[in-house]
Design a protein around this ligand. Structure first.
Ligand code: FE
Ligand code: FE
Ligand code: ZN
Length: 279
């Protein structure tokens, strides 16, 4: 099964997103748990969540991907910001229990001058305070482009965080194709080499999702600007290799390209046309 979806606005509620996904030819989607640049979350509507779960089941959706706000920084130098990250994490995970089996993706954070080791220790600390063996959500560390003091642009950093997490079965990784290319992993010319490296350092069993984006910037630029599929530094041939790769093709893919809904619909149609149903 090819699980393909895109980022959708959560402003109309849960069921609305499921219906929009269907209209766009998607069988999964990503959404922000709250205002991506602020903090407030809408009150939880359990009935709306249950309606979405029923729709997902009826249409064989892949796992839904909830994205934490960008303002969540688990390794900020500022203790108040770290505390906001902790409280947001707890609140989001509680709410996601109404969407059982979902994934929760977050940017590991920016250590802002504290150094990589301190950053990794603070991220691990928050994860150890929020993860519980009974939760129904898997939390994903997103691979980053390495902008500024971002943690998580090297596979070794992701591995170091995972190594410190006690509830190990609830932690996974989301690979962002724009970010890893910007970070200096050559998925255009050496996809299999990059996957070998991912497997050796992190373990491919940790990989739960792919953010499928092209990049506006060249290889190793450490920029993080997404481009439409086939229109950036990756190009359509590389994207075709990625979605059909035997080690990736079973994973859910989520578009975060600069598109409106109609544009996402066209990209999903394009991707379905180049996905090989069998190898
Ligand atoms: Fe992200
Ligand atoms: Fe992403
Ligand atoms: Zn990005």
């Amino acid at each position: 099964m090819f699980y393909i979806g895109c980022h959708l606005s959560a402003s109309g509620g849960f069921l609305k997103m499921g219906k929009t996904a269907l209209e766009l030819g998607a069988n999964t989607f990503q959404f922000f748990t709250r205002n991506p640049r602020g903090g407030s979350a809408k009150p939880m509507d359990p009935e709306d969540a249950a309606s979405l779960m029923a729709l997902c089941k009826a249409h064989n959706f892949g796992p839904l991907l909830a994205h934490a706000p960008y303002t969540l920084n688990a390794c900020s130098k500022d203790e108040k910001i770290r505390d906001f990250a902790y409280r947001t994490f707890v609140d989001d995970l509680e709410r996601l229990e109404y969407l059982p089996g979902s994934l929760y993706n977050f940017h590991p954070g920016s250590h802002v001058g504290q150094g990589m080791e301190v950053g990794i220790a603070q991220i691990t600390d928050i994860l150890n305070r929020v993860l519980s063996p009974s939760q129904k959500t898997t939390v994903l560390l997103e691979t980053m482009a390495g902008k500024g003091s971002e943690v998580g642009s090297r596979f070794e950093e992701i591995r170091a965080i995972i190594d410190g997490v006690k509830v190990s079965e609830k932690i996974g990784v989301c690979l962002d194709t724009c970010h890893v290319h910007d970070a200096g992993y050559d998925i255009v010319n050496n996809l299999d080499g990059v996957l070998d490296e991912f497997d050796r350092i992190i373990g491919l069993d940790r990989l739960c999702a792919v953010h499928l984006n092209d990049s506006m910037n060249p290889f190793e630029s450490h920029k993080d600007r997404h481009q439409k599929i086939g229109e950036g530094a990756l190009g359509l041939d590389a994207v075709r290799e990625i979605i059909n790769n035997p080690r990736l093709r079973h994973l859910p893919f989520y578009l975060e390209t600069p598109n409106d809904e109609a544009g996402y619909g066209r990209e999903i149609e394009l991707l379905r046309s180049i996905y090989k149903e069998s190898l």
